[in-house]
Design a protein around this ligand. Structure first.
Ligand SMILES: *Cc1c(COP(=O)(O)O)cnc(C)c1O
Length: 354
């Protein structure tokens, strides 16, 4: 695996960029000029190519469509004030991608394809990184099984790809959250810690039910007792209780180990909070709310960075918050954005130059 992998580059003849205004684009709707594609066959990766963004030609028997061996990642690239391109903590996503791959019985992707391929692709489409405040280029690596066979077994062949999508400020208004007691996202022993495609499809029904009731997202609870909080939609969740920040721990394997979560823990500690990664029950949350100790609640993730939660509904009990008065979550969001845009010292070496 140490031998350098050849990455062929075939450039697009014209750029789609000229017809596009990189400001205020909706999330995930527009894609850059190029994509990376690689094939896994006979136990090895080959045909690693960066080429014009284009449709795939696939057989209806493609195994991923039937049995869901499919995983992905989400990463962001930024430009600093001098126009240099940086990617936020890509090594962490690379590591997590192969953890997801192992859980789904898929081959791991070598560093020289994932990391170097991503670097080369972003370098080639560097002009697609918006330079405006709060804008970025979203990087979507993914892998799926590609055998033309509808037998239930791990595929022999796979495709690894990376596509790029310029994105505007992912403004998320403070959210109203429904504490979900019936449907579950992840159970111990399951695939909650993997960024596996099926986790998202299976979450959509409960989310739609909550939306019908006027909520923006659900707060997932543990699968057995329906008492301990897990995640908020597709974000990790933090509760500030007194001078402590509490977020569910990873040990059960039901929580996605978010890169924004890790970064948030580091920055909260820098701000002077004691951070606890442990199980947190809805009863403890309600008690803290009633005694005025529950100060702030927010979600973390690459797409929106930090999303404030202004209301939590558990059964008939409604917890409401005056987010205008919050300090920690807005400060966190600003710190993270400033580090990413090169306006604040990157003392943890999170930004990797392209
Ligand atoms: C991707 C994801 C997160 C956030 O992870 P980041 O690395 O911070 O983007 C949290 N929860 C779920 C379920 C996710 O899929």
């Amino acid at each position: 695996m140490t031998a350098a992998m050849d990455i062929t580059i075939r450039k697009a003849e014209t750029s789609k960029l000229n017809d596009l205004n990189l400001e205020n684009l909706p999330f995930g709707k527009y894609f850059s000029d190029h994509m990376l594609e690689a094939d896994y066959e006979n136990g090895e990766w080959k045909n690693v190519e960066i080429k014009p963004y284009q449709p795939l030609l696939l057989n209806p028997s493609l195994s991923a469509l039937h049995y869901g061996q499919a995983i992905f990642e989400g990463i962001k690239a930024y430009k600093d004030q001098n126009g240099n391109a940086f990617i936020f903590r890509p090594q962490d996503n690379f590591r997590r991608f192969n953890i997801s791959a192992e859980r789904m019985q898929m081959p791991s992707v070598p560093e020289e394809i994932f990391m170097e391929g991503m670097r080369k692709l972003v370098e080639l489409d560097k002009n697609w990184i918006p330079s405006k405040h709060d804008h970025s280029l979203y990087i979507r690596p993914f892998m799926f099984s590609s055998d033309d066979l509808i037998g239930v077994r791990p595929s022999d062949t796979y495709k690894f790809m990376i596509i790029l999508s310029p994105t505007g400020p992912y403004y998320s208004a403070p959210m109203r959250i429904y504490v979900e007691e019936k449907y579950v996202r992840a159970a111990p022993g399951g695939v909650g810690y993997a960024k596996a495609a099926g986790n998202y499809g299976s979450a959509m029904y409960a989310t739609a039910q909550a939306k019908k009731l006027g909520f923006d997202q659900v707060l997932w609870m543990d699968a057995i007792h329906h008492k301990n909080v897990q995640e908020c939609g597709t974000m990790n969740v933090f509760f500030i209780i007194g001078n402590k920040a509490i977020t569910p721990g990873l040990e059960e394997g039901t929580i996605l180990d978010g890169v924004t979560r890790q970064s948030t823990i580091t920055l909260l500690q820098e701000m002077g909070f004691t951070v606890e990664e442990r199980s947190l029950s809805i009863d403890e949350i309600i008690e803290a709310y009633k005694s005025n100790q529950l100060k702030e609640v927010f979600g973390t993730g690459t797409a929106a960075t930090i999303s404030l939660i202004k209301e939590l509904r558990y059964k008939d009990f409604d917890m409401k918050f005056d987010v205008e008065k919050w300090e920690a979550a807005p400060k966190l969001k600003n710190w993270l954005t400033d580090i990413r845009e090169g306006k604040r010292e990157d003392k943890y070496h999170w930004m990797q130059k392209v």
